[in-house]
Design a protein around this ligand. Sequence first.
Ligand code: ZN
Ligand code: ZN
Length: 328
Amino acid sequence: MKAMILEQPGTALKLVQRPDPPPGPGQIQVAITACGVCRTDLHVVDGDLTEPRLPIIPGHEIVGRVSALGAGVEGFKTGDRVGIPWLGHSCGCCSYCQSGAENLCDEPGFTGYQIDGGYADMTVADARFCFPLHGEAGDAECAPLLCAGLIGYRSLVMAGAESMRLGVYGFGAAAHIVAQVACYQRREIYAFTSPGDAAAQAFALDMGAVWAGDSDKSPPRELDAAIIFAPVGSLVPAALRAVRKGGVVVCGGIHMSNIPSFPYGILWGERVLRSVANLTRQDAIDFLELAPKIPVRTHIEEYPLEQANEALYALRSGNLTGAAVLRP
Ligand SMILES: [Zn+2]
Ligand SMILES: [Zn+2]
């Protein structure tokens, strides 16, 4: 197999050849056909996330075909199209796992962080954390569903089913999927982008947003809830100011710059500020069943696997519309 590996945070990924990994007990071996590039990969590569297993193959939006089954695997056969997300392992016995919150597991394993991920042409994964992918969408189009879609969906659920006017801060991979789900649910999306980013605002309107504007401006109407995908702490007080009494502000990113201090008055009125961490397998089952019904269509830019560094650079510099996807 070939892979792009990270040896040390802050350095470029390197192309390596390795022997094909055999599937262990309970694992499937997957011939990778596409892997999305997520902002979290950037946080791993840049060292913002401090617990990687090194060297590591990044990537946790993996799509491929089952190429071999380990002992004891049920529910998959060779040739099945599968997706592999960020949650690659949970302990099953901590209080979080026992209460249906395995996304908060005390002893988790994350794909592309502690478990080798999808910047490769092959991988092995615990079959219990892999999901069949149905629908007409191509492999590369499906890849962003595995994290941008799942985290976006979980954030949307946390924003509350009754929240019909929804702000979204940062209009990239996750937001463009959330917008489609929200429109399907007959909610209104108000999209906030970096001030002056006309291309992102046009993209948001194209994806069904009823309004798009600069993140330093107020929306035309008071919002019921807001989701922040951009890793920018100063958006937290901005979003709190934009939501009504009792409204919810959801931080959907895994890393964010410091949140500036803000007057208590903008939280007062039973506004709720919360984060969303990781995903549960139930989130994956729910969202991957819903996505083909809408159907969610992702906007992607494909890069050859060998150009993973270029894809990360494009994401870092904001030069992507939609999501970057690596093809081995
Ligand atoms: Zn656990
Ligand atoms: Zn991700």
